[in-house]
Ligand binder design. Structure first.
Ligand code: TXA
Ligand code: MG
Length: 540
């Protein structure tokens, strides 16, 4: 079949695409999530061609795309209040809602189900083509079934050129993972597929929202999938993929010496990993990982990779979608390194980190006070003192004895001095932390907590598999710091402006415990402890 190439910047091409779709043809279109392969959703025969072109099992239903909220009414039995709220908050955008379908939606589109999935995409060309077609468009991701979803025009061309009527080139997709699918049918709203809209965002609008177990766990033999798409192997490159759930150091250690394998990892892993590697961005930037993920899976194919080890992403925010896709690409092969689960405990001054640390200790965790460690003679050994003298003058250690006040006075005077001090001391601190981690492994400690105010600055996070942030409202923290350190409000405020904002910590955390007034932080922390122990148990 001759495939027509169209351009998303050209509104005339939207009309051409619309015309093809009205006549029952297939057109691949860009959306903000991934490219979709579109057909008239109300034309069963046209929709059948999608299944044929993709090689998709025909019991796997399609998402119906509309260009305005009012267009969903004829497609569903009723529009519940929850749907209105979600549309208000997230449409146009990467959210798909499942509702009971009306007679108008053919069985081909709903995969034989009595429900229909609906989405109003944000991409202007996607909406333009729907408008031009004058009908809602059924559009699964524009990849061959089972292959990674397409996020660039080149991906679409490789999979579908010659198989469909037209391809509309819209460049790279902004979100990079598919829409979040939420069902509003039958009880509590439930996320069937995590995506561009996060669980937290959904909960902020609807209150209670569940996560379908199939998102994170392989369905048992013969189990009924809430979303038929979840029972198929998905997003798979040709390489065998395994997901390694550990700290950057554990990950690097695990993949070390695996000849011929590829690493699929984060910026923070790159200096540690010796394999050929594809970087997904920072381990703390789920949105960037989402943008790069499918491109990375496609690249594995281009490189002819046979085996790949993916570093497990955090599961917060959009990270949950990245984790879900990686698990599926790996066929749920997950690896848990042996040894203690190392948890970085962080948070702004006055948030109550030490209180949290104490409770974790009570609960059986081993807790390392990294602040104390940074002052130890192990770090400030003779070689270190010599280097410090070289950098800051012999006066910082008269007679070889460290004068901390003088060192601080000189090192903290300039940005450059601060950096030099870090260069000299941080690797030594990290080496000490490694010793403690090794000792904990020998002692069969399950959870090792690093209580470290400068965890990120000192690079100690490379030893952490999880990050726990404790936080509290600024006013509360100010009051605590004033009382604890006998400071005036002025002084306390000054100290705060010199420090990182709370968001710096919470944005990097796998778990956040709110230790503000009224917040029952013990309960929240205990819930986190329960999860940590579950994670640690996988490492036995
Ligand atoms: O971002 C997206 O959603 C992209 C773009 C093109 O809009 N589309 C997409 O479609 O990812 P697809 O077909 O690859 O994934 C649709 C998912 C499948 O897992 C399917 O099983 C599920 O949604 N689904 C569709 N209709 C459903 C229904 N009525 N009940 C349960 N799950 C449904
Ligand atoms: Mg798909």
């Amino acid at each position: 079949m001759e495939t027509l190439f169209l351009k998303a910047q050209n509104t005339l091409d939207w009309e051409r695409a619309g015309e093809i779709l009205r006549r029952g043809g297939l057109v691949a279109i860009p959306t903000e999530t991934v490219y979709g392969l579109a057909a008239n959703a109300l034309d069963g025969a046209a929709v059948k061609r999608i299944y044929a072109a993709k090689g998709r099992p025909c019991d796997n239903p399609l998402i119906v795309h509309v260009s305005g909220f009012s267009q969903i009414a004829p497609l569903v039995k009723e529009v519940p209040e929850e749907a209105r709220k979600l549309a208000e908050a997230f449409w146009p955008g990467p959210l798909t809602m499942i509702l009971e379908k009306s007679e108008q939606v053919p069985m081909e589109t709903s995969g034989g189900l009595g429900t229909v999935a609906l989405r109003l995409p944000a991409h202007p060309a996607a909406r333009g083509v729907i408008e031009a077609a004058g009908v809602p468009l059924a559009a699964p991701s524009a990849n061959l079934s089972g292959r990674p979803s397409p996020t660039t025009f080149a991906h679409v061309r490789t999979d579908l050129n010659g198989k469909v009527d037209a391809l509309l080139d819209g460049g790279d997709c902004q979100v990079g993972v598919e829409s979040t699918v939420i069902t509003l049918v039958g009880g509590t709203p439930r996320v069937l597929r995590p995506g561009g809209v996060t669980l937290g965002q959904l909960r902020a609008v609807l209150g209670h929202v569940e996560l379908d177990p199939a998102v994170l766990h392989q369905l048992g033999e013969g189990a009924q999938a809430a979303s038929p798409g979840m029972k198929y192997k998905h997003y798979a490159p040709r390489a065998q993929v395994a997901v390694v759930d550990g700290s950057p150091e554990e990950y690097a250690q695990y993949v070390k010496g695996r000849k011929g394998a590829w690493a699929l990892c984060f910026e923070e892993d790159m200096p540690l990993v010796k394999l050929p590697a594809i970087c997904l961005g920072s381990r703390y930037d789920g949105a960037e990982q989402a943008r790069r993920l499918f491109g990375a899976l496609h690249q594995l194919d281009q490189e002819g990779a046979q085996t790949a080890f993916a570093h497990c992403p955090g599961q917060n925010g959009v990270g949950l979608a990245v984790y879900n896709r990686l698990l599926r690409a790996a066929g749920f092969r997950a690896v848990y390194p042996k040894g203690p689960l190392v948890v970085g405990l962080v948070g702004p001054s006055g948030a109550g980190k030490s209180t949290a640390g104490a409770r974790m200790k009570q609960a059986g965790c081993s807790v390392l006070d990294c602040d104390g460690l940074t002052r130890s003679a192990r770090v400030y050994d003779a070689a270190c003192i010599e280097e410090l003298q070289g950098a800051f003058g012999p006066e910082v250690a008269p007679g070889g004895l460290l004068d901390r006040k003088e060192l601080a006075r000189r090192a903290f005077a300039t940005e450059d001095g601060r950096r030099r001090l870090g260069e000299i001391t941080f690797p030594r601190i990290l080496a000490q932390v490694r010793r403690v981690v090794d000792a904990a492994r020998d002692a069969e400690v399950a959870v090792l907590v690093l209580d470290a105010p400068t965890l990120f600055e000192a690079g100690l996070d490379s030893a952490c598999a999880r990050i726990l942030a404790v936080t509290a409202p600024e006013e509360v923290r100010l009051a605590r710091v004033m009382e604890r350190d006998h400071l005036s409000s002025e002084q306390a405020r000054q100290r705060f402006t010199a420090q990182r904002e709370a968001g710096f910590y919470t944005g990097r955390a796998d778990y956040v415990v709110d230790n503000g007034p009224g917040a029952s932080w013990e309960k929240a922390l205990d819930a986190v402890l329960f999860q940590l122990k579950g994670e640690a148990a996988k490492r036995l």
